[in-house]
Design a protein around this ligand. Sequence first.
Ligand code: UD1
Ligand code: UDP
Length: 372
Amino acid sequence: MKKVMLVFGTRPEAIKMCPLVNELKKRSSIQTIVCVTGQHRQMLEQVLATFNVVPDYDLYIMKEKQTLFDITTNILNRIKEILEKEKPDVVLVHGDTSTTFAASLACFYLHIPIGHVEAGLRTYNIFSPYPEEFNRQAVSILSKYNFAPTQMAADNLIREGKDPNSIFITGNTVIDAMQHTVKEDYTHPELDWVGNGKLIFITAHRRENLGESMHHMFRAIRRVLDEHPECKAVYPIHMNPVVRKAAAEELGDCSKIHIIEPIGVFDCHNFEARCYLCLTDSGGIQEECPSYGRPVLVMRNTTERPEGVQAGTLRLVGTDEEMIYKNFKKLLENQEDYNKMAQACNPYGDGHACERIADILEKGTYSPWVSE
Ligand code: UD1
Ligand code: UDP
């Protein structure tokens, strides 16, 4: 029996790892162990409950306004004992968070093989996104199995000299998670509030955007909303108090925007599928919106998800107020431009990524995902 431990700690990791937990649990020759770091608390628990995943271990590390030092050192100190006790044959980590990096470092110190889910995403700017670009490059140095979501991600790893036999193109597990979320008959009071208006869906949380950039984003959004009576914005806000303070200062008294608590992933996908357009600095939302044909203005200076930009659904608009304002306004006022961006496509997978990863771990063989 092969012992596979999955370690994750934040909302997006949980959304992309829980479907894999449930797939691995179906495999009779694999013993699946789940360890959450608790880098997130409420936002993590929301996802675990959605996918009915009950962790075997919880490191409970989250603190208000935690620093990168807090997260990294607390995980390293708390996970050692668990890894030594369980002695997994392989540890699966996901993506690019501090949980991903610290758990991988702990495995390296204990000579435990690592499988990296969502491997190979790159901006090649070590400070953008920060610290995620470092985290994912660092994990690639250590990982034995690299589960690349797309051909482009696999190509990055090959260019960096990774053994091609360690790279598997699986599609992104978020597309697996999305298979059952969007419903025709979905309703929500916030959608009733928007009514026949245009729903603008907003999220923002990136560490490098905290401060001036986030104020720029919010001011730009507010200016456009004030000029466009047909638009109403819904913004499920991240729990980071720094984000909340900036949003309260810039948007608190704006009647065109509803700032609501984080919504569950089923709600989030249904909002995305119904929005007119989305403004975000999120990574995962850049993967989800293209399949609903919902244009995304990415409020960042770099993206590690070029597939969506190439497909035309994502547009990188930076974090400067004027740039966001102009791009947002143009997309609302130029129907031709909007129609070009609103092309449904799915460059990130076919919904079978978890089966492929489980096959590789269980049987050593798989059938790669090939995008159209
Ligand atoms: C983390 C990841 C980022 C990922 C994001 C997803 C790192 C360095 N960053 O950033 O890559 O995109 O998660 O959302 O790994 N908080 C709560 N409850 C929660 C979650 C957060 O109160 O459930 C508050 C806490 O005060 C916490 C703060 O938010 O200190 C920031 O959380 P943290 O995990 O450090 O950073 P994120 O911006 O969430
Ligand atoms: N999401 C959610 N509820 C929300 C906002 C986002 O379930 O209120 C989901 C979203 O569908 C996506 C993921 O969270 O799957 C993205 O997480 P986040 O933006 O926090 O992190 P990132 O992807 O940037 O690392």
